[in-house]
Design a protein around this ligand. Structure first.
Ligand code: 5AD
Ligand code: FES
Length: 364
């Protein structure tokens, strides 16, 4: 016990410290969770910021072995929201003072897609009189396209690295140019150089993944100087190649607990970044996201995709809240955040303090 509390009071952490902390249980685990929550309150406060998540299309060019909407899954009913439906969802976010929206979809590298996203960004900005912040989460693109979208008004970008263990990365993706670890890493550097608030993340509890890998993931976030992280448990999808290994996985409860430990530790490591409580947490525990908030997360991404389409954005099995309409979600979330002793930052962008500090330093 004293060992863990000593570890937690350090100002920097080695790989082996992190591994040890990821393995703690019982009272030690509770101490880790409480410390994550306390560090959060001191450094970023109690406020939880909402990003209205619009999953506007499940059409994807890629074939990741873990993902339910991978190109080869022919049982998926593919959809693509109309521009009007996307703009309506953004209007809902604005009217309900969500502060920002996240546009997320499967990957599409066509020029027509790049053009469409540019126009949507411009429209959303115009319709909300500049009020809505815009985060993009549409995968790997060229530097030119990232730049174009930044100039159109998007200011945050999420691109999960999925795992920083390159050999594990190769195991969970097809081996071809479209699924190349170094290309993904280059994309993250591009985003950071262009000036986006840059977000990444990993899946926790993947087959073949070790706590040593997860410790490396945490060190990677720190070394990269990432502004935002969204990470959550890997949840097997029965129509994917990785399902073959489902019997070797940690139990779902263990993956959940490990995800909370990762959130708490990351908060201790990177005190001023934004950390999202991933929806996948809620797929396991009905109060999963609130538990994430308690141990260090400060961002929630309520799904505001029109209810009609939600059933079809199934990255993993058991996705929560797919039967609800956005308005129902809202009332439910207000109550949930209050239970987790948080306050909602309505109408605020809730930018990453880390990003502001990082860019202020650069401009001196
Ligand atoms: N379990 C958990 N997360 C998943 N994602 C994709 N498939 C799964 C899964 N089976 C995550 C990936 C991706 C994000 C949009 O969803 O990390 O980057
Ligand atoms: Fe779509 Fe991985 S399957 S990006």
């Amino acid at each position: 016990m004293s060992n863990i509390s000593e570890l937690l009071s350090q100002s920097s952490f080695s790989h082996s410290d992190l591994e040890q902390l990821l393995q703690c249980e019982g009272e030690e685990k509770k101490l880790l969770f409480d410390t994550g929550g306390a560090v959060k309150e001191i450094h970023v406060g109690k406020k939880v910021y909402f990003r209205g998540l619009i999953e506007f299309s499940n059409i994807c060019e890629k074939d990741c072995f873990y993902c339910g909407i991978r190109r080869s899954n022919q049982t998926v009913r593919r959809y693509n929201l109309t521009d009007n439906e996307i703009l309506e969802a953004a209007k809902f976010a604005d009217e309900n003072k969500y502060g920002s929206v996240v546009l997320q979809s499967g990957e599409n590298s066509s020029p027509a897609f790049a053009e469409r996203i540019s126009n949507l960004i411009i429209q959303i900005k115009k319709n909300s009189n500049g009020r809505l912040g815009i985060t993009l989460s549409v995968g790997e693109q060229s530097d030119r396209v990232y730049r174009r979208w930044f100039e159109a008004g998007a200011h945050r970008y999420l691109l999960r690295i999925e795992t920083t263990n390159q050999s594990l990365y190769r195991k969970i993706h097809p081996q071809n140019k479209a699924h190349d670890f170094n290309h993904r890493l280059n994309c993250l550097h591009s985003l950071q150089n262009i000036g986006y608030q840059t977000g990444t993340g990993v899946m926790i509890g993947l087959p073949f993944q070790t706590t040593g890998d997860l410790a490396n993931d945490l060190l990677f976030f720190q070394q990269f100087g990432i502004d935002m992280v969204g990470m959550g448990p890997y949840i097997e999808h029965f129509q994917t190649p990785l399902y073959e290994f489902h019997k070797d996985l940690l139990t779902i409860k263990q993956r959940f607990e490990l995800s909370l430990k990762m959130i708490a530790l990351l908060r201790i490591l990177m005190k001023d970044i934004n950390i999202a409580a991933a929806t996948a947490l809620q797929a396991i525990d009905p109060f999963g996201r609130e538990k994430g908030i308690k141990v260090g997360a400060n961002i929630i991404m309520p799904n505001i995709t029109p209810g009609l389409y939600r059933n079809d954005y199934t990255l993993y099995d058991n996705k929560p809240c797919i039967d609800e309409e956005p308005a129902q979600c809202k009332g439910c979330l207000d109550a949930r955040i209050a239970l987790a002793d948080g306050e909602i930052g309505y109408g605020e962008w809730g930018d990453s303090i880390h990003f502001r500090r990082r860019t202020d330093k650069q401009s001196i």
